[in-house]
Design a binder for this molecule. Structure first.
Ligand code: C5P
Length: 224
């Protein structure tokens, strides 16, 4: 049986991938299925928390039991929903894959293929929601981020993870190894859990529910 160590706590989890509209029928999106965020929400509810799940685009997952689900589309909608739901939360987990950029303009009509030149696609920078939530956090609120690192030639995912944790200012960062069919759109996950206090825990390959449990263990410790 799962521990009931989140009874009396309110948590907000974001999940899925945002979609940035280009025109009425097209968008910029990503491969996030939302499975890790859904597992985090489900496990938190099973451990007794009151849970709000802010869900961007996901695979067809079915709402977790006893969880309030708020649906959003774009990064800016996700940002508004996070600010609206986290003011009195004890913990926030940003598992959503947020688009870093959006098209600067939303075309009113479907972009047509006329002439030989493809249209340029100017992009604007989206707000970093995690950084904003950290800046707005109330005392004692625990904030968790995710980092998908490919661990490519550019180096060590843990090194990148540490730098990202410092940059974002959150309490915990889940570093996922992605690429080569890992993490996205699959049931299993693995990586490391880094703490701002210097802790580092390896997350051996396992189900997304198991990884969720490890994250809530670390959050529960910090909630005291
Ligand atoms: O910088 P990077 O996208 O790798 O950071 C990932 C973490 O930051 C995730 O927790 C993601 O939900 C969050 N994020 C965000 N707003 C953005 C981009 C990422 O909150 N615009």
């Amino acid at each position: 049986a799962l521990p009931r160590d989140l009874v009396g706590h309110r948590v907000v989890v974001s999940a899925g991938g945002t979609r940035e509209a280009l025109d009425p029928v097209r968008y910029l999106g990503n491969r996030s299925s939302g499975r890790q965020g859904y597992a985090l929400a489900r496990v938190a509810a099973q451990r007794g928390a009151r849970v709000t799940l802010v869900a961007a685009h996901t695979a067809d997952l079915g709402d977790p039991a006893a969880v309030d689900v708020v649906r959003v589309g774009s990064a800016r909608e996700l940002r508004d929903a996070m600010h609206a739901t986290t003011a009195d939360a004890d913990a926030i987990v940003m598992a959503a894959a947020v688009a870093d950029f959006r098209p600067t303009a939303l075309a009113e009509h479907k972009i047509k293929k006329d002439g030989s030149e493809p249209p340029a696609l100017p992009l604007a920078l989206n707000p970093d929601i995690l950084v904003e939530l950290v800046a707005a956090r109330r005392p004692g609120q625990v904030v968790v981020g995710f980092a998908a690192e490919t661990g490519d030639a550019s180096g060590d995912p843990l090194h990148h993870g540490r730098a990202k944790l410092a940059r974002k200012g959150c309490d915990l960062l889940v570093v996922n190894a992605v690429g080569d069919g890992r993490a996205f759109e699959v049931p299993d996950n693995a990586g490391w859990l880094l703490g701002a206090d210097g802790t580092e825990e390896e997350l051996k390959p396992g189900s997304k529910a198991l990884l969720a449990s490890r994250v809530w263990d670390a959050v529960a410790t910090r909630l005291g």
